[in-house]
Structures are given as C-alpha cells and as structure tokens.
Write a protein of this length. Structure first.
Lengths: 61, 307
C-alpha cells in the first residue's frame, strides 16, 4: 500500500473551472464577434464623422 | 434602487441588439423628431454635417438617459408586464454593462455636441440627461404621483437643444415648445397608466391612478389637455409662427380635447373597457408628430415666401 504523504491535501491544486459546453462556447464567440464588428463599424463611422465635422468647421471660419 | 443585482443568463456577453434596446429606440424617435424641428425652426443656418451631428447627439443623449433609467429601474421593470422583457429584467445583460454603457454614451454625446456645435447646446443636453436620470428616475418616480408632471421637463428639452445648436441662445419660441411638450406629458402618460394601473401598483410606483384613483386621474387628464391645447396655439397667438402652424395646432388640439372628453366620462376600472384611454394614448403620440411637422411646414413655407 502506498504511504500517504502528510502534506497531501494541505495545499490542494486550484480547482479548474469546468469547461463550458461546446455550444455555449460557440455562442460566446458568436456574440463577441458580432459585438466587435458593431464596435468597429461604430468607430469607423465616428472617424468619418469627426473628419466631416472638422472640414465643416474649417469651412465656417 | 434595486436591492438584488441582476445577472445575465449563463454569464454570456450581452448581444449588441440588447444595447440598442437599452436606449429605448421607440421613445428616441419622438425625441429626435422634436429636436430636429427645434433645429430647423431656429433662425440662421447650420452646416448639414453639424446639423446631422447635433441631431445624432440628441439621439445618443436620449439613448444614454434611457440606458441609465433601465439600469436604475431593473428591479421594478421585472415586476411589470410592459417592461419585463427588457434586457436587464430578462437577464440578457448584467447591470454593470448597462451602467458603463449609459455613462459612456452620456459623456460622449455631450462632448461631441459641444465640439460640433456650441457649449450652450451641450449644456442643454447634459441638463436633460441629468434631469431625466437624477430628478425623474432616482428622485421623483418612486416617491410622488407628480413624478410624470415634473419629470416631463426632461422630454421637453430636445426642441430647445436643437434651437441652441443653431443660435447658441434661448428665445421665446423654443421656450413655448418646451412648455408644450411639458404639458403634453401628463395626459399622455396618465392615459397609459390608467390601463396598466395594476402593473404600476404591483411594482409600487406611485402613479396617479394608483394613489388617487381613476376618477381623479381622468379629471387631471382632461384639465391638462385644455391647458396643453392653449400652450399649443400660443406660438401662433404670440406671432412666433404663421397660420399653417396655427390652424394645424388648433385643429389637432381640438381633436385631442375631443378624445379626452370620453376619457373623463368613462367610469370603468377594467382595462379591457378602456378603449377611450387607449385611443387617447395612441393619438397623443401622433399629435406631437403632427404638431411639430406643422411647425416645420410653417417654417419652410415662411422661408420659401421670403426667398
């Protein structure tokens, strides 16, 4: 019989989070992708708007 | 404020559509329209890009206020049928996301307004967001049946902000438009609160039908309709608009009062028999669209005649 290590159990290895089911992971990725896409489009639109505002304000001077 | 925090289902990130839903897009359409009318009615001209930006900022500011309102009211929204499917009570989003989104959008809209147009318009936008969130949502809504009367001022800001974006200063007409939307809000919301009274009672929101009963609410609706009708024709009577607006305002307001009369006469407490209330609520939305549309037509005709 194997001799029990006195330190065994004193410092348990950190519990690993249970991996999310494959379908849930796919859903998380899908949502992250769609949010990133919307954010990128919004930022792109903002850059164009800022450029247009600058041109309009310079023209008004 | 909500005692129990709400969490999103399964720890999933919220969909971008839920962030859009957080901004109350349907309410936003009326805000944007009245804001645009204030902007077009103002004397002077604004570069189309800057005018578009001003209207965009009004829309974003209204959306931000809506998001912060939903963040604060998530607990009572969960208790009402009308609001239980919103992203927070339905568990599709966590509360922190809604708070950060609302604050970020508020700051962004105010700064962009200031940079694109002027800081008077930006101050007006900031005041409207703060009024809606702090005065109406946090302070008044759960405390007094006058919540919608005083809180109505928040929704009355857009035409003033639109005007400020062009001129940078206040005048009589935007203040009259402010008064009109301010006086329109109580009959509009009280008509709704009559047929969703049980929802408000369940959530503990002291709307007038819950605290004072249906009869008093119906009397108040009719009284406010009369005062609102006077405010609607005031811009014409004071020479601030032309006959197109004046005739439209008189006719539309007369019809509003005509629809408020059967509400006053109605005695039922059963929402199924509240056809007059439902009719008045629907018409009140159309009324504001048509009235501001008439103001637009009046201004366009005025400029066309001058040209």
């Amino acid at each position: 019989m194997r001799k029990r290590d006195p330190l065994e159990g004193a410092a348990p290895a950190p519990a690993r989070p249970e991996p999310a089911p494959r379908s849930a992971q796919t859903e998380v990725r899908r949502r992250q992708r769609s949010r990133s896409l919307v954010m990128a489009l919004a930022l792109g639109a903002f850059v164009i708007l800022l450029y247009a505002i600058t041109i309009a304000r310079i023209g008004a001077l | 404020m909500a005692s129990a925090p709400l969490h999103s289902d399964l720890g999933l990130p919220a969909e971008w559509r839920d962030f859009v839903a957080l901004t109350k897009p349907r309410v936003m359409t009326l805000v944007v329209f009245t804001g645009a009318c204030g902007l077009i009615a103002a004397p002077g001209a604004l570069h189309p890009v800057l005018a578009f930006t001003a209207i965009l900022c009004i829309a974003l500011g209204a959306g931000a206020a809506g998001a912060l309102n939903q963040w604060y009211e998530a607990d009572i929204d969960a208790l009402m049928k009308r609001t239980e499917k919103r992203p927070l009570p339905a568990g599709r989003m966590d509360r922190d996301s809604a708070l950060y989104f609302g604050v970020a959008l508020s700051v962004f809209s105010v700064l962009l307004m200031g940079l694109a147009t002027n800081w008077a318009a930006a101050a007006g936008l900031a005041a409207s967001i703060l009024f809606y969130v702090l005065i109406y949502t946090v302070w008044l809504k759960r405390r007094t049946p006058q919540n919608i009367v005083i809180g109505g001022a928040a929704g009355a800001f857009p035409p003033v902000i639109g005007w400020l974006a062009v001129t940078g200063e206040l005048a009589v007409l935007p203040l009259l438009l402010f008064a009109l939307v301010f006086l329109w809000t109580p009959p509009h919301f009280w008509a709704l609160s009559l047929f969703v009274r049980t929802d408000y009672a369940k959530a503990g929101v002291p709307m007038l039908p819950v605290t004072a009963g249906n009869r008093v609410t119906r009397q108040q609706i009719f009284g406010y309709s009369l005062v609102m009708a006077s405010a609607a024709v005031a811009p014409w009577a004071l020479g601030e608009t032309g006959a197109i607006y004046g005739v439209a305002a008189a006719a539309l307001s007369l019809f509003f009062v005509a629809l408020a009369w059967p509400v006053l006469r109605n005695t039922t407490a059963d929402p199924a028999e509240m056809a007059p209330e439902k009719r008045l609520f629907k018409y009140s939305i159309l009324y504001l669209f048509l009235l501001f549309g008439a103001l637009l037509a009046d201004r366009v005709a005025d400029r066309w005649l001058l040209a």
